[in-house]
Design a protein around this ligand. Structure first.
Ligand code: ZN
Length: 149
């Protein structure tokens, strides 16, 4: 993994390049914790050797796993960083393109990069906090109501 601070002024922005063999979710989680990025948006393109997507099954409140066991293009990866249970936590969704042009998409649980994943992480100006939602058990953005003047 290589990275560069491309904008030191708000919004603070990082470019991160993952390489063949990097586990994308782990590398990016480690990065935001090391850099103490508490609130940010993430976008990326690149390719994976394989990936594990998830579909949140409403009845069981669990992620149903969707294995993608082939080389795919990361057509669109979008996510955010927020503090959940005291530490920066990622939430990433991805649309993956297969060789026949069909796509698989979902919540990104894990992915092995090949050959690269080019990631832009843009810090959010306001603090985003996540709280455990009692209905789903998921950590969801807890947006405090703003008083309009
Ligand atoms: Zn999700």
């Amino acid at each position: 993994m290589r990275w560069k601070l491309i904008n030191a002024d708000p919004p603070v922005t990082y470019a991160v390049a993952l390489e063949t063999g990097d586990e994308a979710v782990k590398c990016l989680s480690d990065f935001v914790r090391e850099q103490e990025v508490e609130a940010a948006s993430i976008t990326a393109i690149g390719a994976f050797r394989r990936a594990m997507l998830g579909y949140f099954e409403w009845q069981s409140k669990q992620y149903q796993k969707i294995p993608v066991e082939e080389q795919v293009e990361v057509l669109s990866l979008i996510g955010d960083v927020a503090v959940a249970e005291g530490q920066p936590t990622l939430h990433i969704h991805a649309v993956l393109g297969k060789s026949d042009g069909s796509v698989a998409g979902g919540h990104l649980l894990s992915a092995e990069v090949r050959p690269t994943l080019e990631v832009i992480i843009t810090q959010s100006p306001s603090y985003l906090r996540k709280a455990k939602d009692p209905e789903t058990g998921l950590a969801l953005l807890a947006i405090d109501p703003v008083t309009q003047s």
